[in-house]
Design a protein around this ligand. Structure first.
Ligand SMILES: *[C@@H]1O[C@H](CO)[C@@H](O)[C@H](O)[C@H]1NC(C)=O
Ligand SMILES: *[C@@H]1O[C@H](CO)[C@@H](O)[C@H](O)[C@H]1NC(C)=O
Ligand SMILES: *[C@@H]1O[C@H](CO)[C@@H](O)[C@H](O)[C@H]1NC(C)=O
Ligand SMILES: *[C@@H]1O[C@H](CO)[C@@H](O)[C@H](O)[C@H]1NC(C)=O
Length: 531
């Protein structure tokens, strides 16, 4: 039961009055928030804790929340020591616990596409409670709570009386990391998962292998990583590493969707599996170079069946990303066996050969009870797709602008993910986050039914020029612009207000030990090395 609050500031959409006021810097911005301008509660770092409400359907023993309850006091208060004796100010009540109430009696086990992330926060003298439908929603609410707390000049931790009703606009809010072009150490991936959770991202798209290297340790085909990685000792993800990533993500409400991109982007696969790739020809003889996966051999599909059986069991998410982008046809063109096969099948173009391969692969993956996401070319090339396929739009202009592609794919009835305007590996001088922020995913021709097929999007960080030395500053806070676009209401578009909150959030990231780059001129109370 909530008491009627004396709320002067109703921030929906964010009012200019919020500019600069402590207690209203949440990133991404909640769906509905009202913050009292003059009433607050005090928290003491030594006393404050999180508690399962007696009415909660989930009780102690749920690792997702047990661990969050341990993690968040550290995030909120830092390691201490806390300089001033924390006494409430005048008119402040001390609150020693946040009650957490989850409605559904389930502790996961894994977040899914359809997991409900709604939560409400009610903070005042009478109620100090976080209510959520699921544990995943409770995690989102804990993150918001952590961002509401501020420190007065006297060093008091305070939180204004606040009411928040919040839920995501899109269910799929992802970040892609590329661990093939440069290897990213396990710690870097885990740190990124932490910062993703601060931004309410809920999908880690792991573009784990590609042409340059194959760092995934395969149980079934150990030669893949032995021969295909940069270094089979130091530059691989062991089975244990992969499990660690999946569990770390799970505890933060993040799904891990692995991408094993074929038939292109597979040069590193060929080293460990002789005969898998198409031999390219120079005239009448093999040139010694290799092209995409060889689609005409039965043993190719035997390999794929065993390999994806392993992948389907290692990665618990319903979806696998099967890639399918940028298949280079020149090698297929040069190879006489491929020519003969195409003649026999009556394929008059290479898209048909590609489709032949992809269809067989999709059947294999479906037979393991998995769903799949594919890059847009698979759709563009008219591959027969299962109706529940998700198509991932990445091309900015070619062959058509992404808005047109979104229209075409949804018109055909497929669900779609947007990444085209969100390639964060591309950088330019100045505040390029604004362009990222201004993107409206539903800004294309199309019926409401079509728009409903847009399930979200992903920020992408391709690895040609990115490794552990520059990943974090290049990602944050820029990826935050995508996070807010995918979480917050469509009406949250004011770049000026976003600038204030994102600047504050970036300082908060520094305080939390994340080396996030600045948006523009200024300073933070806690600079990076002071955290
Ligand atoms: C705080 O806000 C309430 C409700 O708007 C108002 O009645 C009260 O006078 C304010 N108190 C102060 C000290 O400004
Ligand atoms: C939160 O409360 C403080 C102190 O009462 C006040 O200065 C601040 O403006 C409030 N924040 C908002 C967003 O109203
Ligand atoms: C979550 O919020 C959305 C948007 O308001 C609403 O449609 C849905 O019913 C809510 N779900 C639950 C379980 O509260
Ligand atoms: C490949 O498999 C198909 C279908 O099982 C079979 O008809 C064909 O003879 C096989 N080809 C070779 C070269 O083994």
């Amino acid at each position: 039961m909530a008491l009627p609050l004396p709320l002067l500031l109703l921030l929906l959409p964010p009012a200019a009055a919020a500019r600069g006021a402590p207690g209203a810097y949440v990133w991404p911005w909640p769906q509905k928030i009202s913050v009292s301008p003059n009433r607050s509660c005090a928290l003491h770092p030594g006393l404050f804790h999180f508690e399962y409400s007696a009415a909660s359907a989930v009780q102690p023993g749920c690792a997702v929340l047990d661990q969050a309850f341990v993690r968040y006091p550290g995030i909120i208060f830092g390691p201490g020591p806390w300089l001033s004796p924390d006494r409430p100010g005048l008119k402040q009540t001390m609150k020693n616990s946040l009650q957490v109430l989850v409605a559904v009696p389930e502790c996961g086990p894994f977040p899914e596409m359809n997991s409900v992330e709604n939560y409400t926060l009610i903070l005042n003298d009478h109620d100090f409670i976080l209510k959520a439908h699921t544990v995943w929603g409770a995690l989102r609410g804990l993150e918001t709570f952590s961002q509401l707390i501020w420190r007065s000049d006297e060093g008091m931790f305070s939180v204004n009386w606040t009411e928040i009703v919040d839920f995501p606009r899109f269910p799929h809010r992802g970040l892609l990391l590329d661990t093939s072009r440069h290897y990213l150490p396990l710690e870097v991936i885990l740190e990124t998962l932490d910062v993703m959770a601060y931004n309410k991202f809920n999908v880690f798209h792991w573009h784990i292998v590609d042409d340059p290297s194959f760092p995934y340790e395969s149980m079934t085909f150990p030669e893949l990583n032995r021969k295909g990685s940069y270094n089979p000792i130091s530059h691989i993800y062991t089975i244990g590493d992969v499990k660690t990533v999946i569990e770390y993500a799970r505890l933060r409400g993040i799904r891990v969707i692995a991408e094993f991109d074929t038939p292109g982007h597979t040069l590193s696969w060929g080293k460990g599996v002789p005969g898998l790739l198409t031999p390219c020809y120079a005239g009448a003889t093999p040139s010694g170079t290799y092209g995409p996966i060889n689609p005409i051999l039965n043993k190719t599909y035997e390999f794929m069946a065993s390999f994806f059986q392993e992948i389907s069991s290692v990665f618990p998410d319903f979806y696998l990303h099967l890639g399918g982008d940028e298949v280079d046809f020149t090698c297929w063109q040069s190879n006489p066996d491929i020519q003969a096969f195409m003649k026999e099948k009556g394929f008059d173009n290479y898209e048909k050969l590609e489709s032949f391969y992809i269809q067989k692969l999709l059947n294999i993956v479906s037979s393991y009870g998995k769903g799949y996401i594919v890059w847009q070319e698979v759709f563009d090339n008219n591959v027969k797709l299962r109706p529940d396929t998700v198509v991932h739009v990445w091309r900015e202009t070619q062959p058509s602008p992404y808005a047109f592609e979104m229209d075409t794919i949804t018109k055909a009835g497929y669900r779609v993910l947007l990444s085209a305007p969100w390639y964060l590996n591309r950088i330019s001088y100045g505040e390029d986050w604004q362009e990222i922020y201004r993107v409206e995913p539903l800004n294309f021709e199309g019926s409401p039914e079509q728009k409903a097929l847009v399930i979200g999007g992903e920020a992408c960080m391709w690895g040609e020029y990115v490794d552990e030395t520059n990943l974090t500053p290049r990602l944050w806070p820029r990826a935050g612009a995508v996070a807010e676009r995918l979480w917050s209401s469509q009406s949250v578009t004011d770049v000026g207000l976003a600038y204030d909150r994102l600047t504050h959030f970036r300082c908060e990231l520094l305080r939390r030990g994340v080396q996030a780059q600045p948006l523009n001129v200024g300073y933070c109370e806690h600079e990076y090395f002071q955290h």
